[in-house]
Design a protein around this ligand. Structure first.
Ligand SMILES: Cc1cc2nc3c(=O)[nH]c(=O)nc-3n(C[C@H](O)[C@H](O)[C@H](O)COP(=O)(O)OP(=O)(O)OC[C@H]3O[C@@H](n4cnc5c(N)ncnc54)[C@H](O)[C@@H]3O)c2cc1C
Length: 813
């Protein structure tokens, strides 16, 4: 065998993900693709997977990806002649308590919202479907008939054959040993059998993806964890088409296999493998059986399926699988290297994801842009924090341990905290702050009044912080609050061509005079919203860009990647240089004018402006902007002075009744005011026109910008979906997102975000109303709306204007 000396795309790794990506690159894009596998195809994690294939996730896009897998597996044999072992057995998920049952009701609603039929069954119905099961402790089960199971090795071989049939070249026993780089681009892949010059590389190296990425300077934060299951001898009475079974309250799963059962589980005390490099010679290898560790699953499984007590165990599988710190996989182009794409870290659902992940990754490789909203799996959701292997390991084990725990709304991770704290951390703690964490930063979620324990107590209904957050919310509406938003991501774009670069990158016109601030979206070529941020012009050649904490890596790399060829403009991340204090509320000006000599009147410091002012002897960047719908300023303070400036504001604010306020109140305030949140309300799947943000797009200006052509194309045509708000009066209802929107009784969309507005005293949700014929004003206004919340229909009122705007001018006055 001789390796080719060049290829357009080199895919590394012959597991299900690499083979699926090569297949789609060849089939859909006729790409010149070479796949390299250090051992034999499937010899990493793929060959020993249990083969359960579930589809429903909390993200609509990821559910679409998983549904695609199933469609592909169903039809692949017809194309390649190699079977995939796909069996549509359906999946039962068991509930043994009320919270789990509520979770399933919400899941079933989510499924409906995403176009899938999930049913809830009684214990008797479950027993009839799966007679070998003990059902005495069940409240019921969810039933998704289109889930199933497949043979991981067979699918992979079938994909590999399909890839070859479409022209891909696959090589076994070729190990990638490094990369030849020019700047931040790979120019050739080095192997133990020679080099291959290439344009793009796709890292699908499974648990090796981290060390392989490191060879090109990129970080793939995954952690190999030992995962075990058993395969039993034949069990009398077990049907070959028995549904796959998940029993999360007992942390176990089951699947029929040749008349016996596959049974495994997710233990609360998982065992990490190495935090160092994974050995290369791990072909078709497993760890030793660990019955001591597995005993916890065995005991639970026998209680559920008593036949397990007496049946023989044919084999135990104890294999490594890559898990990640948030339980989602890792896809997309690496921020550190312009032409390395990654598909790795599949958290034990790589077989379920394989078909779809290969499809979207191939498209991403070809277009340089994700084909749909893949934010929850995007590699750019991580940051430098995730280079710390020990931290990644700890957080990953926590995520693994939560795989089957009940997903309560607003739940926070607890491991590896506190990690990054603002200079106000101790001060806020003294104010009884209860912190959450975002991209490593500790952030105050709420402040516990005296007599209330300062910690979250999770539940499916209203949680223990509900009333306290209401007080914070009202305080901002009526007086003044101070938010520590130091974790905001902040960049400076400087250079003679900075304005020109932003003209192209931003949908809104940010090339305004020095001292102006602009709210803008950054669009992809489909006109979808890739980022949502503010740009302040500090000088002719200097812009200050502020975006959400979690979007730090993503937005920075989007901006850097789109600075036009040859332009002299440089992006610098200055997040840690500035603390951010948001002073918001009708009395914000009173407080500010007490601490600064600068004129902060509306005439000299109007809305949408940025000024340097001095507070407590420190020069502060003051941005006149709001996310809560009240008069206010974001004060960007040199980081070392954040404490002093906070103290000065708190001291001066005393007579104006100032108080610190947390992120949960912020969320409630912004919901009432109708400000969109990126990642939920506005995503790469949505254009500003659909999102009702057309006013922030410079279509009338004669400047070209990314996404312009796509928006112009749809220009006059009726929009097929439109962003709208909803309120629900019933105080017992809790909205969390993904609830189905009914118009005149028919589903027309689902909520992107949900919460509670303490001023309007209603539940609030936002989502897109869809209609293939176009959503006109009349269509919206003439409907009679309901929301389906945990399978219950409840009347809802549609809002196209902010729900809270008693005096729209107040913010700007
Ligand atoms: C016990 C167990 C049960 C599981 N059960 C399920 C299940 O029921 N359902 C489900 O969906 N998922 C399940 N999974 C998860 C599933 O197995 C994985 O998510 C999936 O196989 C990952 O595929 P991959 O292609 O990313 O990785 P791999 O299959 O590991 O493939 C990566 C390949 O890259 C190759 N490689 C690495 N470095 C190099 C290099 N330098 N040069 C060339 N080649 C290289 C490796 O040799 C390897 O073959 C399970 C996993 C385990 C451990």
């Amino acid at each position: 065998m001789t390796l080719p000396s060049q290829a357009a795309v080199v895919v590394i790794g012959g597991g299900i993900i690499g083979c699926s990506t090569a297949y789609h690159l060849a089939r859909d894009h006729k790409a010149d693709v070479v796949l390299l596998e250090q051992g034999k195809l499937t010899s990493g994690s793929t060959w020993h997977a249990a083969g359960l294939v579930g589809q429903l996730r909390s993200s609509a896009s990821i559910t679409r990806v998983l549904k695609y897998s199933v469609d592909l597996y169903k039809g692949l044999e017809a194309e390649t002649g190699l079977a995939t072992g796909w069996k549509m057995t359906g999946c039962l998920r068991l509930a043994t308590n009320a919270d789990r049952w509520t979770e399933y009701k919400r899941l079933a609603t989510t499924a409906k919202s995403f176009g899938m039929d999930m049913h809830l069954l009684s214990p008797a119905e479950v027993k009839a479907m799966w007679p070998l099961m003990e059902t005495g402790d069940l409240v019921g089960a969810s039933w998704l008939p289109t889930d199933g199971q497949a043979s991981p090795s067979d699918i992979t071989q079938s994909l590999a054959k399909g890839a070859r049939m479409h022209g891909a070249r696959l090589y076994e026993d070729v190990r990638v040993t490094g990369f030849e780089m020019k700047g931040d681009r790979i120019t050739a892949v080095k192997t133990n059998q020679g080099d291959i010059a290439c344009e793009k590389v796709v890292n699908c190296a499974g648990q090796w993806a981290r060390q392989l990425g490191a060879m090109a300077g990129i970080n793939v934060p995954l952690q190999p964890v030992k995962h075990q299951y058993i395969i039993t001898e034949k069990i009398d009475g077990l049907a070959t088409d028995a549904p796959t079974l998940r029993d999360p309250d007992r942390r176990t799963y089951f699947k029929e296999e040749v008349g016996g059962l596959v049974m495994g589980g997710y233990e609360p005390n998982p065992q990490a493998w190495t935090t160092g490099d994974v050995p290369n010679d791990w072909e078709f290898r497993l760890f030793d059986d660990d019955y001591d560790h597995f005993e916890q699953h065995m005991a639970q499984a026998i209680a559920r399926v008593p036949a397990l007590e007496t049946v023989g165990v044919k084999q135990m599988i104890n294999g490594p699988e890559s898990f990640t710190p948030d339980g989602n996989f890792i896809l997309g182009v690496a921020p550190e290297c312009a032409n390395m794409f990654v598909g790795a870290g599949f958290n034990a659902f790589g077989i379920a994801s394989g078909g779809g992940a290969g499809w979207v990754l191939a498209q991403w490789v070809v277009d340089g842009e994700a084909p749909l909203d893949l934010w929850v799996v995007d590699i750019r959701r991580f940051s430098n924090l995730h280079r710390d292997r020990q931290w990644v390991c700890e957080r990953t084990l926590e995520a693994y341990g939560k795989h089957y725990t009940i997903g309560f709304p607003h739940e926070e991770y607890t491991s590896g905290r506190p990690r990054i704290v603002s200079p106000l951390y101790d001060r806020l703690k003294n104010h009884r702050a209860v912190f959450g964490s975002k991209l490593g930063w500790e952030r105050p979620n709420w402040f516990a009044p005296e007599g209330v324990e300062p910690r979250d107590i999770y539940s499916m209904g209203r949680q223990n912080w509900f009333a306290a957050v209401g007080d914070e919310h009202r305080h901002v509406r009526e007086h003044v609050g101070i938010f520590d938003q130091s974790s905001f991501a902040k960049y400076e774009l400087t250079g003679p061509d900075a304005a020109k670069a932003l003209d192209w990158i931003c949908a809104n016109d940010v090339s305004k005079p020095v001292g102006r601030l602009t709210y803008t979206q950054l669009l992809n070529t489909r006109g979808g919203i890739e980022a949502d941020l503010t740009v302040s012009r500090l000088a002719e050649e200097k812009f200050y860009i502020v975006t959400g904490t979690g979007f730090r890596t993503h937005d920075a790399s989007w901006i850097s990647d789109h600075i036009g060829e040859g332009l002299d403009a440089r992006l610098t991340d200055v997040t840690e240089d500035f603390g951010t204090l948001s002073l918001m509320g009708p009395r914000a000006r009173d407080v500010l004018s007490d601490v600064t000599g600068s004129d902060v009147s509306n005439a000299s410091f109007p809305f949408g402006h940025v000024r340097e002012i001095v507070i407590a002897g420190h020069t502060v960047r003051a941005l006149r902007v709001t996310y809560v719908g009240e008069l206010g300023w974001e004060l960007h303070v040199p980081i070392a002075a954040t404490g002093e400036v906070f103290d000065a504001l708190m001291a001066a604010g005393k007579r104006h009744d100032i108080r610190p306020v947390g992120y949960r109140a912020l969320e409630s305030l912004r919901l009432e005011k109708g400000y969109r949140a990126w990642g939920s309300d506005i995503t790469p799947n949505d254009t500003p026109l659909e999102a009702g943000l057309g006013w922030a797009v410079k279509l009338r200006k004669n400047t070209d910008f990314v996404g312009r052509r796509a928006l112009e194309k749809v220009g006059g045509a009726a929009l097929k979906k439109r962003f709208a708000g909803f309120t629900v009066d019933d105080p017992e209802i809790v909205l969390v997102g993904r609830e189905t929107i009914l118009r005149n009784g028919a589903p027309v969309g689902y909520l992107a975000s949900g919460g509670y507005g303490y001023t309007v005293r209603k539940n609030i949700g936002y989502g897109y109303v869809r209609d293939a014929e176009g959503v006109s004003d009349d269509f919206l206004a003439s409907g009679n709306y309901e929301l389906v919340v945990a399978m219950q229909r409840t009347p809802a009122k549609l809002h196209l204007e902010p729900m809270y705007d008693p005096d729209g001018e107040k913010v700007r006055a």
